[in-house]
Design a protein around this ligand. Structure first.
Ligand SMILES: NC(=O)c1ccc[n+]([C@@H]2O[C@H](COP(=O)([O-])OP(=O)(O)OC[C@H]3O[C@@H](n4cnc5c(N)ncnc54)[C@H](OP(=O)(O)O)[C@@H]3O)[C@@H](O)[C@H]2O)c1
Length: 279
């Protein structure tokens, strides 16, 4: 279970579970699955104010149904720039300046999630220009200054130079980078090193779905057999030991339990070295 012993990381002074339940693509099942995940032991929730992929109000309903106190949870949502929305579904005025869009989207997230603050607000992707990205970021910084957001993050940024530019320009430094963990991005090696060096938490998605070859590899199969775990558990455990926070959006109760059980065993340093050759 996501217990306090090794189940939490710290980012910019905010307590973040080392594995987070993702709520994309669950549509009408969102509330039930969020409640099930919280009852299984998850304490971190990732969502977005982006109706195309997330039913954020369903997340709020699931949290309420679980009965778990707000203070026991890490709640993370996203501001999605206009390009990430189906036209007409934006939670803001599409013609408004980006700062207004951030404020309107954030207000909708609070309403959907039935809370007065977020532990993390993530910019879903860089905007069309660096200037616009920084404008959005400044609006997000204002929410931190107001005490309504704990930390800020960026997602879908695969160029180190771009991330570094935001990092340098930011007054409130990014504390999270949420990216697809994928061979095509070389598993973000350079970006993960940057995160490590700057105390930024790297959150992975597509962790299982984009890494079928690695999961089927002799290295993972051997470790799975040795530790009596599934290949998915070996990969998640390896990432946790690298200080990566994986997102899992499983819809299966059995997988929820298996995912949380990665906190019950440990890979040895030599085993991590072998895993490192794959990623
Ligand atoms: N920032 C972004 O742009 C972005 C993009 C994509 C995702 N995300 C976030 O990341 C979360 C996770 O998304 P994801 O793309 O990584 O995929 P995912 O939604 O977690 O899907 C994982 C897939 O692997 C299967 N699976 C098999 N064994 C599993 C196990 N032990 N544990 C978990 N899943 C197992 C699942 O099937 P079962 O359901 O049958 O278990 C599911 O089909 C999303 O919900 C969202 O919050 C963010």
């Amino acid at each position: 279970m996501n217990g306090p012993s090794d189940g939490y990381a710290s980012a910019a002074g905010v307590r973040m579970p080392r594995m987070i339940y993702g709520t994309a693509w669950k549509a009408a099942r969102t509330a039930d699955l969020v409640a099930a995940a919280l009852n299984a032991g998850f304490r971190g929730i990732d969502t977005a104010c982006q109706p195309r992929h997330y039913h954020e109000a369903g997340v709020g309903a699931g949290i309420a149904a679980s009965g778990i106190a707000r203070d026991a949870l890490y709640l993370q949502s996203k501001f999605t720039p206009p390009g990430g929305h189906d036209p007409g579904t934006e939670p803001y005025d599409r013609r408004a300046p980006v700062a207004t869009q951030v404020a309107q989207s954030f207000a909708r997230s609070l309403d959907n999630l039935r809370t007065d603050r977020l532990d993390a607000l993530v910019l879903h992707s860089p905007l069309a220009t660096r200037a616009l990205t920084q404008e959005a970021w400044r609006a997000m910084e204002g929410l931190v200054a107001d005490g309504r957001v704990g930390l800020l993050g960026l997602s879908n940024c695969y160029a180190l130079a771009e991330f570094d530019a935001l990092y340098r320009a930011a007054e409130v430094k990014p504390a999270v980078l949420q990216n697809r963990f994928h061979a095509r991005t070389r598993h973000d090696r350079e970006l993960r090193a940057f995160c490590r060096d700057h105390g930024i938490v790297y959150q992975s998605f597509w962790t299982l779905t984009a890494n079928g070859d690695a999961l089927a590899s002799a290295t993972v199969r051997t470790l799975a057999e040795r530790h009596q775990r599934t290949p998915a558990q070996i990969l998640f455990r390896y990432l946790v030991q690298q200080d990566v926070v994986p997102l899992t959006g499983t819809t299966s109760l059995a997988h929820m339990r298996e995912d949380l059980a990665v906190f019950d065993f440990e890979l040895r340093p030599r085993e991590c070295d072998a895993m490192g050759l794959l990623f």
